[in-house]
Design a protein around this ligand. Structure first.
Ligand code: AMP
Ligand code: GLY
Length: 427
């Protein structure tokens, strides 16, 4: 029997904890820090901050944790895997060196270029004159990314060079050495590939599509993600395996050649363009909210899967294919700029509706907002159209101050309805 430690506090970690708790081999899942919404039979939030690596290592040692799984990028980039491994504690994730793939956009670009992997052309700049030159020679719209950690929120797409120049000049007035990546805008449809990578094995989950913009119709600022669905049935198996061959496998080979071999979860953000799939970004952990729609599809044992990978074996896994899982994120008012704390968070108890909690606290016996993204509500049904209808039937009946998008899964729903109306050639 085994005990597991999941590190992080969001809805993604709630989904991870539930997946581990389902295993017959697992007696207890601790989540550090976790949140009050996760508390369940075999799930126990322990309140240790995810940046306090010493305290996490001491806890894992004292509690004799059999497997640690890191949900969030922050501790990975800070080197938690190196630290746990040095203490002889089993942990699944990339080393500090390999985690630079997410921690540093310029490190990622160097690996992409070295491996010849298709991606947006880009220039890294560290001064206003260099940034000005790069923007002046860019096509419109102009994509500007901040180097370093930004949880998906460090990217701005400016419709014109003028708008980019204004914003970037202002940024350099605040920080004269800011490191920015200025890159070409990629046109196409986005999807995410998640690959669990061990030293001698690899498992790709069903692919997912995220919705990063705050507002319906993909408008408003980028967020960590406002909703997702999986599988993405309108992407053929050939498209997905071609993307894995071109964007995932060569990266893993390049990481090994570079002496930064990758283990852990590789998140490949893909743009399917007219010239084929291209990498938008790599992350070194599962996506949030994608995890909430991907992991409930696993029919085999998640603990067994990760345990086999960590121990250098190739696991055998089984995913469901009958349903589409579609999740909508409820966020506090004011998110992503200034989320309002203290609003009541709805609790939903209905068959086939799952709730994964994130930024919640407790007031008496009620859950209240204490962060930006608060809860992901997931429905599953035989089509995206039905799953979308089910989740919004539940959400639209709530009286809530929380905000959410009303069109999660719209691309899948549009494609399903085109097929139904006989216009299958359009996709
Ligand atoms: P990232 O943090 O790099 O994943 O970027 C966040 C989001 O910005 C992506 O999911 C895309 O929707 C968008 N994005 C980033 N880079 C580009 C690009 N070069 N072209 C078009 N959209 C982009
Ligand atoms: N949902 C996007 C991310 O996890 O980065």
């Amino acid at each position: 029997m085994a005990t597991v430690l999941v590190i992080g506090s969001g809805a993604r970690e709630h989904a991870l904890a539930q997946a581990f708790a389902k295993s017959d081999q697992v007696t207890m899942v601790y989540v550090a820090p976790g949140n009050v919404g996760m508390q369940a039979d075999k799930i126990h939030p322990v309140g240790i901050p995810m940046t306090d690596i010493d305290a996490l290592r001491d806890f894992a040692t004292m509690t004799a944790i059999d497997l640690t799984f890191v949900g969030s990028e922050e501790p990975l980039i800070a080197g938690i895997v190196d630290d746990f491994q040095a203490a002889g504690l089993p942990i699944f994730g990339p080393t500090k060196a390999a985690a630079q793939l997410e921690g540093s956009k310029s490190f990622a670009k160097d690996r992409l270029v070295a491996a010849g992997i298709p991606t947006a052309a880009s220039v890294t700049v560290t001064s206003w004159p260099a940034a000005e030159r790069a923007i002046m020679t860019s096509e419109e719209p102009v994509v500007v990314k901040q180097d370093g950690l930004a949880a998906g929120k460090g990217v701005t797409i400016y419709p014109t060079r003028q708008a980019a120049l204004r914003a970037v000049q202002e940024l350099y007035q605040g920080n004269q050495q800011a490191k920015l990546v200025i890159e070409a805008f990629l046109r196409g449809v986005e999807f995410s590939i998640f690959s669990l990578v061990g030293p001698n094995g690899i498992v790709h989950t069903p692919v997912a599509q995220d919705h990063k913009r705050l507002l319906d119709g993909d408008l408003g600022p980028n967020t960590g993600g406002m909703g997702a669905y999986s599988p993405v049935r309108w992407l053929t198996d050939d498209i997905v395996s071609d993307a894995i061959d071109r964007l995932v496998e060569p990266l893993l080979r390049e990481m090994a050649t570079n002496n930064t071999p990758f283990t852990g979860v590789l998140y490949t953000g893909v743009m399917l363009t007219a010239d084929g799939p291209k990498v938008i970004e790599y992350n070194v952990r599962f996506g949030d909210p994608e995890t909430q729609v991907v992991l409930p599809q696993l029919q085999s044992d998640f603990y067994e899967l990760v345990h086999e990978l960590v121990n250098g074996r190739q696991p055998v896994v089984q995913w469901q294919t009958a349903d589409v899982f579609l999740g909508v994120v409820l966020a506090a008012r004011g998110y992503p700029v200034a989320p309002e704390a203290g609003a009541i968070v709805p609790t939903i108890s209905m068959p086939k509706i799952r709730s994964f909690y994130a930024g919640v606290g407790q007031n008496d016996d009620k859950l209240i907002t204490s962060g930006g993204r608060v809860v992901t509500i997931v429905a599953s049904a035989t089509s995206a159209t039905r799953a979308q209808a089910q989740v919004y039937a539940v959400l639209d009946a709530l009286t809530t101050k929380l905000q959410y998008r009303h069109d999660i899964g719209y691309q899948a729903v549009e494609k399903e309805n085109k097929v139904v109306s006989g216009d299958a050639n359009r996709y």
